[in-house]
Design a protein around this ligand. Structure first.
Ligand code: DX5
Ligand code: ZN
Length: 219
């Protein structure tokens, strides 16, 4: 069974409380929060105060996806705000001591994860796989919800899965971007453990129903 993590990026922020309650009552497993800084990605979303607000209501783990430069500066802040997983981008940490940052996330009490863009080879994370609980394979270029799923993702997930199996690692694989009712089952069969789904859920008239449908496809 794969997990479903709704991304609230394209939800109505005026209704944040209702959105969090809907997710609580749904079959969603986590809540995915997309933090964007306008530097690492060409868009700005939200930061620590929204994570704090979500934490007050949620009954589900908060999966915080940091699309920001210098993520190490904000580990403590996001952890204190209630992040259960802290996901940083490989490309944002190229010239940094990535292992030290991942250890800092773990020491903070959050689960460390690393995200890779569609044009970053998956083998870049092999060396650091013992320091992460999850790898996020981006299936769109980060920055916006509602983009078209990149088909090459299937093979990237398969390659990672094979590596984790071969090395006896139970590292989770997450896919984020353009996930829908029509590709979620195939993503599961390739080895995806966690599905981030944004616009498909929040554009729907009945988001809770769509979450059930997505979940039934990966059961
Ligand atoms: C994109 C974000 C995604 C996005 C997913 O940069 O990381 O989490 O909100 O939304 P959809 O499912 O609409 O692609
Ligand atoms: Zn995301």
């Amino acid at each position: 069974m794969s997990l479903i993590a709704p991304s609230i990026l394209n939800s109505d922020f005026l209704q944040l409380g209702d959105t969090m309650n809907m997710i609580n009552e749904s079959q969603a497993d986590w809540v995915h929060l997309d933090v964007m800084d306008g530097s690492y990605v060409p868009n700005i979303s939200f930061g620590i105060p929204i994570v704090e607000a979500a934490k007050q209501i949620t009954k589900k783990p908060l999966d915080v996806h940091l699309m920001i430069v210098n993520p190490e500066k904000f580990i403590e802040g996001f952890r204190k705000a209630g992040a259960d997983l802290i996901n940083i981008h490989y490309e944002a940490c190229k010239d940094k001591d990535l292992v030290a940052i991942l250890k800092e996330i773990k020491d903070s009490g959050a689960r460390p994860a690393i995200a890779i863009n569609p044009d970053t080879p998956v083998d870049k994370i092999y060396d650091i796989s013992e320091y992460i609980d999850m790898v996020l394979v981006m299936s769109v270029f980060p920055g916006f919800g509602g983009q078209k799923f990149i088909e090459a993702t299937y093979d990237r997930v398969k390659e990672l899965k094979q590596f984790f199996i071969k090395n006896n690692l139970n590292t989770l694989i997450q896919v984020d971007g353009g996930v829908s009712l029509s590709n979620i089952a195939k993503l599961k069969s390739c080895g995806t453990d966690v599905m981030v789904v944004g616009s498909v859920i929040f554009k729907a008239e009945n988001p809770k129903q769509i979450i059930s449908e997505l979940k039934s496809l990966v059961n």
